[in-house]
Design a protein around this ligand. Structure first.
Ligand SMILES: Cc1cc2nc3c(=O)[nH]c(=O)nc-3n(C[C@H](O)[C@H](O)[C@H](O)COP(=O)(O)O)c2cc1C
Length: 211
């Protein structure tokens, strides 16, 4: 299938200039995140998490649940493929593709598990059925059929019918400590604006990159 004719000119948004940028990249991210929320970007907190082991790269979408100057937090199964990969190589990448704003943000950093007390706080804030879901799925394992999953969900629903559902010891959060950011704003004629933040000599260096 030849899809070479599928193209879109990026004309809807003003250019991104150096003077528009905040000195701290997390503050710049927060500004753009708020703009993505206001603009109604679909799943604005969804990002593509990249991992790399044994010279192969892997990616999947996960949901960002917290961020501040200490990092970016998402939740997952600690037995999953991504978790095993993070154990082998904690250096990961994040990509927020905010297409309707003709923007993307790339972030790189080191992932580490958050404390179980922090994971518990988020776990308890989830709907009960999602909590049961976390208990029910052996994420990334081969399973024979969907019935097995539903069966497991029913079992867990019965097991935890009474009282608070405990935090599974195989489930929790990772915090990504960012050391690189790139903000990309689409512009006409493929002359897009790109700025990167690099932590160098104890300060964030901001540089424009060619598109
Ligand atoms: C929109 C969207 C949001 C997702 N959010 C999460 C999430 O927050 N945590 C998670 O573990 N998986 C999430 N997933 C599923 C992952 O993409 C992936 O299938 C799963 O984590 C297993 O990945 P792995 O085998 O590489 O560990 C999400 C998928 C989509 C499409």
């Amino acid at each position: 299938m030849d899809i070479a004719h599928v193209r879109n000119e990026f004309t809807a948004h003003p250019p991104l200039m150096r003077e528009d940028l905040l000195e701290k990249p997390v503050a710049q991210f927060e500004r753009w995140f708020n703009e993505a929320l206001s603009a109604g970007v679909v799943e604005p907190n969804a990002f593509v998490l990249g991992t790399c082991v044994a010279k192969r790269s892997f990616q999947r979408t996960v949901l960002l649940k917290y961020f501040d100057e200490n990092g970016f937090v998402f939740f997952t199964n600690y037995h999953s493929q991504k978790a095993q990969q993070i154990t082998q190589n904690p250096q990961v990448s994040m990509l927020f593709p905010w297409f309707s704003l003709q923007r993307q943000v790339r972030i790189e950093g080191r992932a580490e598990k958050i404390s179980s007390a922090q994971s518990l706080r988020y776990f308890l804030s989830r709907p009960k059925d999602s909590q049961i879901g976390a208990w029910s799925s052996p994420q990334s394992k081969v399973i024979d059929n969907r019935a097995l999953l539903l069966n497991q969900w029913q079992n867990m629903k019965q097991r935890f019918a009474q009282g608070e559902i405990p935090l599974p010891d195989f489930w929790g959060g990772y915090r990504i400590h960012a050391d690189y950011y790139e903000f990309w704003q689409g512009q006409p004629n493929r002359l897009h604006d790109r700025f990167r933040y690099r932590f160098d000599n104890q300060i964030w260096q901001i540089e424009r990159l060619a598109p």
